[in-house]
Ligand binder design. Structure first.
Ligand code: DLL
Length: 433
């Protein structure tokens, strides 16, 4: 099923015409109503008259997270506060939070794009969806919530936390879909396994997972453990929230709703567009946002785009899995390490629980690279030899994938902290020095 066939399956030429028209309009809106954008465009010697087609987008300046911080709280709003009906914010790890504002129309477009995702996952008006993303300033809870209501489904607004109750209600109400971070889904799966309700008593069929990078191996794990189909949902606060893109039944790339959010991939060093299909940094321009338009916003997310028509019939561009954020990349002894690479190895080995924590430090001017992992109870033994063999196996595997020898620390099952939202997979003590 397709929620908005005209748009989701539009011929590329027609989509480009629509994008051109909308780009011109949003640039005019931003230029005339946001001093920040006007100044940046003036510095480059351009005006909205220079933007006549979507190809002209490369003439526009980039926007980065620091720009949102510098204009905290409302400096980037392009609509008067009397038109802003909702605020969301994201804190990140350092500095001031970033704040975004939505007009009524922005909220209805957000609900529309989430509806496209839900329909692509097979969720209909007859279904119950348990929303276990956090409600509040975080966009996850309320974003999914509006989408479910928009398609006429029944929303269970659980928010995150209170894991026992999550399971009880998911079971009693017969939720067909669960929306939460993949790491929280794992924790829920673990809790179900330990509970006295058998998995077969749940009506759950669909997982709507995002807000953090996750791997194909994690998908397999979640599908097996919860007996569901697990789908990706992507988004970020600056651009609206969840639903900037979502997977379809083919599970072969995340469709981006490019009539509202125009994606580009750039080389993060030269800032030039990469060759089609190449990996680089994802950049978005919001084509219809009124409250707080974003022009060429650098997401820091690393991925690639696929323009071929999908087997599902949609022509909407697809995005490959996000490898990670450029600011999540660790450089350990000169080697680039993404937590998702470590995750992928751990999840393909049956000896380990799908939990890990990377701890990096610097001792005598050399980086240390420790990975804490939990051995599954059925592999846990007092026999030193057997444990050493398992340890050697994972050490070799990680070394061959990453090119760096890790110091593996096997910890007791259950001892790595479980996450109810975005998981923390890295402790980098070097930054403290
Ligand atoms: O995480 C919005 C969201 C909520 C998306 C619920 C999906 C589901 P932020 O807190 O602003 O917004 O974080 C955005 O999270 O730039 C990515 O680095 C990461 N991210 C979000 N979705 C995915 C995903 C929400 N599906 C940042 N895969 C983004 C990988 C993701 N990373």
């Amino acid at each position: 099923m397709i929620w908005n066939e005209t748009i989701e399956c539009m011929e590329r030429e027609d989509m480009q015409k629509l994008q051109s028209l909308r780009l011109k309009r949003v640039v005019e809106h931003a230029y005339h109503n946001t001093p920040f954008y006007r100044k940046k465009m003036q510095e480059l010697g351009i005006t909205p008259d220079d933007i006549n087609s979507i190809d002209d987008i490369v003439k526009l300046p980039f926007t980065v997270k620091q720009d949102l911080r510098d204009n905290y709280p409302f400096g980037l709003m392009a609509s008067p506060m009397s038109e802003i009906v909702r605020l969301h914010a994201s804190s990140g790890t350092t500095g001031k939070p970033i704040v975004v504002g939505y007009t009524r129309k922005d909220l209805s477009i957000w609900a529309e794009v989430v509806s496209r995702c839900l329909t692509a996952y097979g969720v209909t008006k007859n279904d119950l969806v348990q929303v276990s993303y956090g409600y509040g300033l975080f966009t996850g809870g309320l974003g999914l919530h509006s989408g479910v209501e928009n398609i006429g489904g029944t929303v269970i607004p659980m928010s995150s936390g209170n894991t026992q109750k999550q399971i009880q209600l998911m079971h009693d109400f017969g939720a067909k879909a669960l929306a939460c971070t993949p790491s929280y889904a794992l924790y829920l799966a673990e809790t179900i396994r330990k509970s006295d309700i058998p998995l077969s008593d749940f009506a759950l069929k669909v997982g709507i997972f995002g807000a953090e990078p996750w791997t194909e191996n994690m998908r397999k794990e979640l599908e097996e453990k919860l007996n569901i189909k697990a789908y990706d949902i992507y988004g970020l606060t600056e651009i609206s929230g969840p639903g900037v893109g979502g997977e379809c039944e083919c599970q072969n790339g995340t469709h981006l709703w490019e009539d509202h959010f125009f994606p580009e991939i750039i080389d993060p060093v030269t800032l030039k567009p990469v060759e089609p299909g190449q990996q680089g940094e994802l950049v978005f321009t919001t084509l219809t946002k009124e409250g707080m338009p974003m022009i060429r916003y650098r997401t820091r997310d690393l991925t690639h785009l696929i323009y071929d028509k999908c087997d599902c019939g949609r022509t909407a561009v697809r995005m490959g899995r996000i490898l990670g954020r450029s600011d999540d990349m660790l450089i350990i002894r000169g080697v680039n390490v993404f937590p998702s690479q470590v995750e992928s190895v751990i999840l393909e080995m049956q000896e380990f629980e799908p939990m890990y924590l990377i701890v990096v430090d610097r001792v005598n001017n050399t980086d240390t690279f420790q990975i804490k992992v939990e051995v599954r109870p059925e592999f846990y033994t007092d026999e030193m030899n057997k444990m050493l063999t398992i340890k050697q196996k994972i050490t070799n595997r990680i070394q061959s994938v990453i090119g760096l020898q890790p110091d593996i620390k096997i910890v007791e099952p259950g001892s790595i902290e479980r996450s109810m939202g975005k998981a923390k997979h890295v402790i980098d003590n070097r930054k403290l020095v």
